[in-house]
Design a protein around this ligand. Structure first.
Ligand SMILES: [Zn+2]
Length: 107
């Protein structure tokens, strides 16, 4: 992903509308590219800040954006773990079936 692609995805990210694959490359890019992280912080400030002004709350951009990024990383991690678990259970079920089949064939 280049910086132009990244910029196009920022509004989607802030609305939590990136699907997992997009989210993964988005996070990888922002953790390695300072100009894009700054751009993300600015857009976060604009979109979140406007909302907060209306609600009368304050906004700690750096901390809250970091929180948001950490949440995204955790979400990806959970998905990854879940799919590993899913694949392992598929293997276990298949092996179980093979054992049952062999059992009946031998009998
Ligand atoms: Zn970049």
């Amino acid at each position: 992903m280049n910086c132009k692609d990244f910029e196009r995805l920022i509004p989607l990210y802030l609305k939590n509308e990136l699907e997992d694959k997009g989210l993964k490359v988005f996070i990888e890019h922002v953790t390695n590219c300072n100009p894009c992280k700054e751009e993300l912080a600015i857009q976060f400030l604009i979109t979140e800040g406007m909302q907060r002004l209306e609600d009368g709350d304050t906004l700690d951009v750096e901390r809250e954006l970091d929180d948001k990024l950490i949440q995204s990383i955790k979400r990806l991690e959970r998905k990854r773990r879940f799919s590993t678990f899913f694949i392992l259970s598929e293997i276990a079920i298949t092996l179980g079936l093979i054992v049952v089949l062999l059992y009946f064939l031998v009998l």
